[in-house]
Design a binder for this molecule. Structure first.
Ligand code: M6R
Length: 608
């Protein structure tokens, strides 16, 4: 959600902070700020709006110093104004704090601090931390931070500097990711590896409850009792190119066009074509454990929840194991039936979504084994799950998830193949699916080579106020995903529905003004979809159809058609979702929307 960056070394800190903030702007972009230790004081600059406005503020009044912290915000407490932008200063301006997460007992702490004479200058929960650290300071910043954290309930990733104990940044993590970047005579703290990748690949991911003291020459990691902890140094294995637009107008477009490669990466070394199965190194499930699974729960949010629905159909169809798909935010607060023979699959691009993480912990607490399908290497879900399948899609920067979705579907297919072959799927059927998987990258290339067709369709519909997306079977979640893509980046109201369910309500909306997107490849339910197309046409709806062959049954019914290659039914979502990504993208661009940073959204939702 928000982004944190800190630098300490021998060079001016501000350029590092600004660069890091720009790299993380996709995480939150309603206000930003920096605090730099310059001599005996802390100097802050903050601005509402994009990082460019902060840059302008700094250019007008430069801040100089070799140690500092910065933050880009997605508002939770208080509107996105300059006074609410981080860093927040303590009453005597000696402490500056940047914080991701939510301090749940902020009201109680605020009342206590007011009694002691502290005045509050923002509406944020974070400001209480700054005052608390000042209040508890007795000569060591890390000791004051540790004492403050003992008073705090809630979640945090935070970085603190103080003019009373200069030459260090103190960082702490509980529920919000942070990593230390190790440089030569300089160190970084960041919530996102992309913020520091230009300067170092060596990182230490902090664990829950860790407190770190970072200086120019080194770092120490402490537990809550200030006892030293040892943490592994990891190597970031992707390049700067992965987080740059590389000639594309937007990250979203780049990520849509990366899909032949990302789908291939998700499968690399994992498909055993001859045996119609897969090899998944991180699964951590023995043959006996796979055979013992009684039921599967898949939990996720947003786009990842849509891929979960596809996974449900794949697993039930091929493995004959009951599967339930749960919104992570609902699962964690009800009383689900979980046993030690339940496998809980957790799907998350970021691996940091607060609800999904909490749902995974809840499933574990109830005795389930957990399997994470995660894109971001080293993320919290990837570190806490019992086994995992990395998506290997590379960094996804566009707020609208695209390449992660197709990789999730592929990862689910790989897992299904493995489980199904153990639980009775014939080798012939397994081989058929394995070959279909292998064909996907070229088929995606084919879809993308005709992107201009979707652009033309977008031109026709760019002013539509509403859209309906309909599909059946595995393509019902594709309809949901198409509608989500459109609404989040173009702000057009869009709904996804099972095609036949439409006549139980949404059909009332259909007239000549309503574009209806049918996801209608030639699969087992195609004939049924044709009936639904007829129902819409009879009410003069404007039909855009995603089809997979020349269909006489659709002649005269469909206004616009986009053809995808044929594959096995269960994999059609990989191909059918891509034209819908393109449709949403081109409509949003034609409406002048900020595609990569849509209003009110953030890439990784690390609050409840
Ligand atoms: O990182 P995650 O996959 O856990 O994120 C889940 C959702 O927040 C995410 O898919 C969101 O719905 C996207 N904006 C969809 O494009």
């Amino acid at each position: 959600m928000c982004g944190i960056i800190g630098y300490i070394g021998s060079k001016p800190a501000t350029p590092f902070l600004i660069e890091g903030l720009k790299r993380m702007e996709y995480r939150g972009y309603d206000s930003a700020g920096v605090a730099v230790c310059g001599g005996a004081e802390i100097i802050t600059r903050r601005a509402a709006g994009k990082i460019a406005r902060l840059e302008a503020a700094i250019a007008a009044r430069p801040v100089v110093g070799t140690c500092g912290v910065g933050h880009t915000r997605w508002a939770t407490h208080g509107p996105p104004t300059e006074r609410n932008a981080h860093p927040h200063l303590s009453g005597d301006d000696s402490v500056a704090v940047v914080h991701n997460g939510i301090i749940e007992n902020a009201n109680a702490l605020r009342a206590l601090l007011r009694e002691k004479g502290y005045e509050f200058r923002s509406d944020t929960d974070t400001e209480v931390l700054a005052h608390l650290v000042q209040e508890l300071y007795e000569g060591s910043l890390e000791a004051a931070v540790l004492s403050a954290l003992r008073e705090v309930e809630g979640t945090y990733g935070l970085a603190v500097v103080s003019s009373r104990d200069p030459g260090k940044i103190v960082a702490a993590r509980k529920g919000s990711p942070l990593l230390i970047g190790i440089g030569d005579g300089e160190h970084f703290i960041a919530s996102d590896a992309s913020a520091i990748l230009a300067h170092t690949r060596q990182v230490v991911y902090l664990d829950e409850g860790d407190v770190a003291v970072i200086t120019a020459d080194g770092y120490r990691v402490l537990d809550v009792n200030a006892l030293p902890l040892s943490r592994r140094v990891d190597q970031i294995d992707w390049d700067l190119g992965a987080i740059e637009r590389g000639g594309y107008a937007h990250f979203m477009l780049k990520e849509i066009f990366e899909q032949p490669q990302t789908v291939e990466n998700a499968m690399r070394g994992r498909v055993i074509a001859d045996d119609g199965t897969s090899k998944l190194g991180g699964l951590n499930l023995s043959h006996d454990q796979l055979m013992a699974i009684d039921n599967i729960i898949i939990t996720a949010c947003g786009t990842s929840w849509h891929s979960a629905l596809i996974g449900e159909m794949m697993i039930e169809e091929l493995c004959r194991i009951p599967v339930e798909v749960e919104y992570a935010s609902e699962f964690r607060y009800r009383n689900p039936i979980v046993t030690d023979r339940t496998l809980c699959i957790v799907i998350s691009q970021s691996g940091e979504t607060a609800d999904t993480l909490a749902a995974m912990r809840e499933a574990k607490r109830r005795g389930a084994r957990t399997l994470g399908l995660v894109n971001v290497v080293g993320s919290t879900i990837a570190r806490e799950d019992d086994g995992g399948i990395y998506l290997h899609a590379g960094p996804e920067i566009g707020v609208a998830s695209t390449k992660a979705f197709t990789s999730q579907v592929v990862a689910l297919a790989l897992f299904t193949l493995k489980l199904a072959r153990k639980r009775g799927l014939s080798v012939t059927r397994g081989i058929e699916i394995a070959h279909a998987l292998a064909a996907l990258p070229d088929q995606i290339r084919d879809v993308l080579s005709r992107a201009d067709q979707m652009e033309q369709i977008a031109e026709e519909f760019k002013r539509a106020p509403n859209f309906l997306y309909l599909g059946r079977g595995v393509n019902f979640p594709v309809a949901l995903e198409g509608a989500l893509k459109l609404k989040e980046i173009s702000y057009i109201h869009a709904e996804g529905y099972p095609a036949a369910e439409m006549k139980h309500g949404p059909i009332a909306l259909i007239d000549e003004m309503m574009p209806v997107v049918f996801v209608a490849p030639h699969d087992a339910v195609f004939e049924k979809v044709v009936s639904n197309v007829q129902e819409v046409k009879a009410r003069k709806g404007n039909i855009i159809a995603i089809t997979s062959r020349d269909e006489p049954a659709l002649a005269g019914l469909v206004d616009y058609e986009f053809r995808i290659p044929e594959t096995v039914d269960l994999l059609t979502p990989v191909l059918a979702s891509i034209p819908l990504q393109l449709l949403a993208y081109y409509i949003a661009v034609k409406r002048g929307a900020n595609v990569d940073q849509p209003r009110n959204l953030a890439k990784s939702v690390t609050v409840e």
